[in-house]
Design a protein around this ligand. Structure first.
Ligand SMILES: C[S@@+](CC[C@H](N)C(=O)[O-])C[C@H]1O[C@@H](n2cnc3c(N)ncnc32)[C@H](O)[C@@H]1O
Length: 259
């Protein structure tokens, strides 16, 4: 990788666990001077700015469905073009040399149609690079469902329980191989070291648990959360050193569009 201004280690120091897979994915894209780069589900643009730093000469476009996220993204001055769009209906006018997406596409359904469609928006010889969590059957998630079904709130929460949105890595390989010149699909389980009293519950509160909490009002909201916290503490106990280990599986794919 040529760009000297791009320093993954520095970003890791500040952003920690959530940024690491984004950087691991970026490191696997063998492109030096792309002209056009898209970051799909860019959120507040933390990772988009890293893409821009790595590929300084490129036009970088950050796409997200949330205006609130994009408002934050725009607070930092940059040359990045921010676009609000629902990726389910995203049809760019021009193709991209790199389409990158970190921790976003698991929010979209029907991956069997979505992924080949996205690869179609990549210039010949360019790359589609995607990372998604693959932890939907881990206790972090299954205990949300157990807690959701175990109280008087179950009728308000049951409908939120869905089948895992992300398939096995082998499925993505089979799906993309016929459309790719080269394809690399892999998974990594990061053993995340967390500190605090119940850090795994805190972690999921910012992600998978949130819509379940949002669906309830006091006092049920805090009663439901207490049940979840108790279950999660049993599943992820603190070690003798005071640290809690959260294994976090993630799926990666880098597909090269046929030249
Ligand atoms: C967990 S954030 C990841 C943000 C960023 N990629 C990162 O790595 O920090 C997921 C983002 O996907 C966006 N998103 C989810 N579904 C979307 C959709 N259908 N269309 C566009 N954006 C979507 C959300 O608004 C959110 O900003």
């Amino acid at each position: 990788m040529k760009d000297m201004g791009w320093n993954p280690q520095q970003y890791l120091t500040f952003e920690g666990h959530r940024l690491r897979p984004a950087l691991d994915l970026l490191a696997r894209i063998p492109v030096d001077t792309p002209r056009r780069v898209a970051d799909l589900g860019c959120g507040t643009g933390n990772v988009t700015r890293i893409l821009q730093q790595r590929w300084r000469g490129a036009t970088v476009v950050g796409v997200d469905g949330s205006e609130e996220m994009l408002r934050k993204a725009r607070e930092f001055e940059s040359h990045i073009e921010w676009q609000q769009a629902d990726l389910n209906h995203w049809y760019p006018e021009q193709r991209f040399d790199v389409i990158y997406s970190n921790a976003a596409l698991h929010w979209l359904s029907d991956h069997r149609t979505l992924f080949p469609r996205l690869l179609n928006f990549v210039e010949p010889g360019g790359y589609l690079a995607v990372q998604m969590p693959g932890n939907f059957t881990a206790p972090t998630h299954t205990l949300v469902y157990e807690a959701a079904r175990s109280g008087p709130w179950s009728d308000k929460l049951e409908w939120r329980i869905k089948a895992p949105p992300v398939h096995d890595p082998v499925d993505y390989h089979r799906l993309l191989a016929p459309h790719s010149e080269q394809l690399d699909v892999w998974e990594t389980t990061y053993i995340q070291e967390l500190t605090g009293e119940n850090p795994v519950a805190e972690w999921t509160k910012g992600s998978w648990l949130k819509p379940f909490l949002d669906a309830l009002e006091a006092p049920q909201r805090s009663e439901f959360e207490a049940v979840y916290r108790r279950l999660i503490l049993q599943a992820y106990p603190q070690g003798p050193d005071g640290k809690t280990l959260l294994p976090f599986r993630r799926l990666f794919m880098v597909a090269k569009a046929p030249a």
